[in-house]
Design a protein around this ligand. Structure first.
Ligand code: MG
Length: 346
């Protein structure tokens, strides 16, 4: 029998985080532990408010799902199918269960998850994300990110030029750009992209609103940099039409409902010659550690969500000189998680 425990948690950010469309200092999270025989599997739902899930909706979802219909984690396919049907949406809490199940399966099979997915072990150069801020603060944050090989810069507010100038004052590193749907005029977006290519950007994430379909069709054939869908690409079904609007997709466990569908999305994207970015929300080392096992499938990795928080309750893969080094612990690779010591947020 699989038993479930949950803990609401509030993940505090080191700094106020601003993007086009909002600012926040913490992120509500639901931590999940599944137990089967002597094995423990850990999962997590991270729920930035703009996606609509809350600690309350996630708790209700878990409490009303009948795990007793499934005798073992080996029934993962049937369980995840039933979970997906339990209620529409709720992708983060579905991801929490999926991650915990995979952690269990890795432990039962005595292997780290990259082996479970039959993937090679790869050192992952993750970008470090810099939120929208004043020039002075941006320069400071860029200097603090000296270890990282790539910087991810949030644009799409009203001071894009100022931000890029501030970054370039202190760093020549290649930049991932994320406009978070903030550009609303396609001709202006195209000009910005040309300028960003000049200053050393690698790609542009979600340049325009996710529903600006005809603008994105126009932009994708003209852009001089790869365009990556994030808000516009949530699940497997979105990948099928992605190449009409983007050159690549940003896969995040909290959108995809977890590892199983993320893996399927990456496989489908590869077969369509779409670029693959692996991204995250503010997350603990649990969800970040889980996503890292799919790193070998990605062209670009943005898995720094656990590095920008002050109260990560877990320890996972080490990040050395901006590279995530997967450890070989079974499952996700959490190091001696102590569930009972984690303080619940009420
Ligand atoms: Mg994004």
């Amino acid at each position: 029998m699989i038993s479930v425990e949950i803990k609401p948690f509030l993940l505090n950010k080191k700094h106020v985080f601003r993007i086009a469309g909002g600012a926040r200092i913490n992120t509500p999270v639901l931590l999940v532990k599944l137990t089967y025989n002597n094995f423990e599997g850990y999962g997590e739902a991270s729920m930035p408010p703009l996606y609509g899930e809350t600690i309350e909706t996630a708790q209700i979802f878990i409490k009303t799902f009948d795990f007793s219909k499934f005798s073992s984690p080996l029934e993962i396919n049937a369980l995840l199918k039933s979970l997906d049907k339990h209620s529409p949406g709720n992708t983060a809490v579905k991801a929490a269960v999926d991650i915990a199940l995979h952690d269990l399966l890795g432990k039962m099979a005595n292997m780290p998850l990259y082996k479970y997915f039959n993937l090679p072990k790869k050192e992952l150069k993750t970008s470090k994300t810099i939120g929208i801020d004043s020039a002075e603060i941006i320069e400071k944050r860029v200097e603090e990110a000296a270890d990282f090989h790539y910087l991810k810069i949030k644009l799409g507010g009203n001071n894009d030029t100022e931000i890029i100038n501030a970054v370039r004052n202190v760093s020549k590193k290649p930049l991932f750009i994320d406009a978070n749907q903030g550009w609303t005029n396609k001709e202006e977006a195209l000009e910005k992209i040309a300028w960003l290519k000049e200053i050393g950007a690698v790609f542009i994430e979600q340049p325009m609103p996710k529903k600006a379909f005809s603008d994105m069709e126009w932009l994708v054939t003209r852009s001089t940099l790869p365009l990556i869908g994030d808000e516009g690409i949530q699940r497997l079904s979105d990948v099928k039409t992605a190449s009409n609007f983007y050159h690549g997709i940003n896969i995040k466990l909290m959108k995809s409902t977890g590892l199983k569908e993320a893996f399927e999305m990456a496989n489908l994207a590869k077969s369509m010659n779409l670029k693959i970015m692996l991204g995250c929300m503010s997350e603990t080392s649990c969800a970040i550690g889980a996503a890292s096992h799919l790193g070998a499938m990605a062209d670009w990795v943005d898995l720094d969500g656990n590095l920008g928080v002050t109260n990560d309750p877990y320890q996972g893969h080490k990040v050395i000189n901006g590279c995530i080094h997967l450890n070989d612990n079974n499952g996700i690779g959490l190091i001696n998680p102590d569930w009972n010591k984690i303080e619940t947020y009420v």
